[in-house]
Ligand binder design. Structure first.
Ligand code: ADP
Length: 485
């Protein structure tokens, strides 16, 4: 399959190390396939530890000059990177849809979101202020300086192939760090295209390195190499825990955006229309393959039937089609394993007595398309209550009291995003304060923005991305006691 890109130069089948576009040492490659039809769209290098070591060395070499540059100059380059992403939005969106599957309209939305981090951190680069603290003794002064941590590594997932990279790399580069990016093997083409745009924006060789290939070998080198001072990871809790352990001996700084199991709580006093609209976006964006996607709908007795009926009606109307087909709302899932998990969760819920309100089966399009599904009266013992489904399935659980809703919502090791639909302000505050989650959408289904801190608590991770704090993850503090003055 040949992608009709306006700028074919954006499609790269080589990796970026120290300003050079290279194959793997072994010459081996990984196939990149379109999940909508299984077609081969490209082959990218299957690199391992040796290539990764050279990428880290290139980042280390580029560090002194990049760190020494004025923040304003680094910001200007990031700003150009943002502008280039917008100029090439159609090509980037087509790359995202082709390797990841989401509808083109969503892919364009992702490019805007991805670019927003480049713009935001271009601005924040100039605001890395230090501090002067009133001295504790006569004759001294106390200063706090901020400095880039050094070389960072970014390991990113396939569900947001552009945004998960810029959310990490933009604050890193803004802070004066250089980095090595390891994209998911399902979606390396978007990452490589971003590498092209980073070069065109004027990032010096070695500041942005993109290594594709064997995750275990690359991750092993990135976590063991002493020159890497910071790892930022987005992906599963299982791999996050493994990488944390691998980073422990070298005492590396880490940011971890891991799995979620988001509750979506609907109270009796919620506005039904608004709750359904928020639910549709919180659940079905990216075909349910989002770590902040609503996984468990907790619905109060009084509104349960009306909400279930409306949600099922809206869900049944969703257009399932390849992402490049105009009007597509639900694209294919990423791979066969993803569909198998969705099927397993649906089957398990039905076997335990849940009722099907719509969907519940693979879609007639075949491949990895799954019909958007609403399940009613799901028992709490169902696997779908405990595990992230990562697919287009909305399971509805019933509750009676506010306390019960909060307890159910918190009954998970995860704590990324939660959603609450209600009207009463007292209730909203009580529930928000009771929820053990890093982000809460109140009467809102789409909460991601570069201006707010994204991240989770409990098994959902460590640290925050975006917002003013996002750059702190790439900065060290140095306290200076100036004596004898
Ligand atoms: P997902 O379920 O989103 O695929 P993963 O945690 O498996 O989540 O993958 C997220 C990222 O971590 C991907 O880039 C993947 O290639 C990478 N990855 C997977 N296994 C390892 C590993 N052992 N070491 C380093 N990175 C890994």
């Amino acid at each position: 399959e040949t992608l009709p890109l306006a700028d074919p130069d954006l499609l790269r089948q080589a990796m970026l190390i120290g300003g050079a576009w290279l194959p793997a040492d072994s010459g081996e490659t990984i196939d990149v396939r379109n999940p909508a039809n299984g077609a081969l769209i490209a082959r990218v290098p299957k690199a391992g530890a040796a290539e990764t070591r050279r990428a880290v060395a290139a980042a280390e070499q580029a560090l002194p000059a990049w760190r020494a540059m004025l923040a304003r100059e680094r910001g200007a380059i990031l700003r150009r990177f943002h502008d280039l992403m917008l100029r090439h939005i159609d090509d980037l969106a087509l790359l995202i849809t082709s390797e990841q599957g989401k509808p083109l309209t969503e892919a364009r939305g992702e490019v805007l979101y991805a670019a927003s981090f480049a713009e935001w951190f271009a601005e924040e680069a100039k605001r890395v202020d230090g501090e002067i603290i009133p001295q504790n003794l006569e004759g001294r002064r106390i200063l706090v300086q901020k400095a880039p941590v050094g070389v960072f590594a970014a390991i990113t997932p396939w569900n947001f192939p552009a945004a998960m990279i810029t959310r990490k790399a933009a604050p890193g580069w803004a802070a004066g760090c250089t980095g090595v990016i390891k994209p998911a093997s399902q979606t390396p083409l978007t990452a490589l295209a971003l590498g092209v745009l980073a070069e065109r924006a004027g990032l010096p060789a070695g500041v942005c390195n993109v290594v594709t290939g064997a995750a275990g070998a690359i991750g092993g080198e990135l976590t063991a190499n002493p020159a890497v001072r910071k790892l930022s990871f987005t992906g599963s809790t299982e791999i996050g825990a493994l990488l944390l352990a691998q980073c422990a001996p070298g005492i590396k700084r880490t940011s971890m955006e891991l799995g979620g199991n988001a509750p979506f709580i609907v109270f009796d006093d919620a506005d039904l229309e608004a709750a359904v609209a928020a639910a549709m976006i919180a659940k079905f964006r990216n075909s349910g393959q989002s770590c902040i996607g609503a996984n468990r709908f907790l619905v109060q007795d009084g509104i349960y039937d009306a909400f279930a009926e409306r949600l099922a009606a809206e869900t049944a109307r969703l257009v399932v089609a390849p992402g490049t087909v105009p009007g597509s709302a639900i694209g294919p899932l990423i791979d066969a394993a993803a569909v198998a998990k969705v099927e397993e969760h649906v089957g398990d819920a039905l076997a335990r007595g849940a009722q099907l309100a719509c969907g519940g089966h693979r879609h007639a399009l075949g491949g990895t398309f799954f019909a958007p599904t609403v399940l009613k009266d799901v028992p709490r013992e169902a696997a779908i209550f405990a595990e992230e489904t990562f697919g287009p399935v909305a399971p509805l659980f019933r509750f009676t009291s506010e306390e019960e809703a909060v307890a159910l919502a918190n009954d998970t090791p995860f704590g990324l995003a939660a959603y609450v639909c209600a009207h009463d302000m007292g209730r909203i505050f009580r529930v928000v304060e009771g929820l053990e989650f890093g982000m809460v959408g109140v009467n809102e289904g789409l909460i991601s923005t570069e201006v707010a801190p994204f991240g989770g608590v409990k098994a959902s991770g460590l640290g925050r991305e975006g917002a003013a704090v996002g750059i702190e993850e790439y900065l060290e503090m140095k306290y200076v006691a100036l004596g004898g003055i």
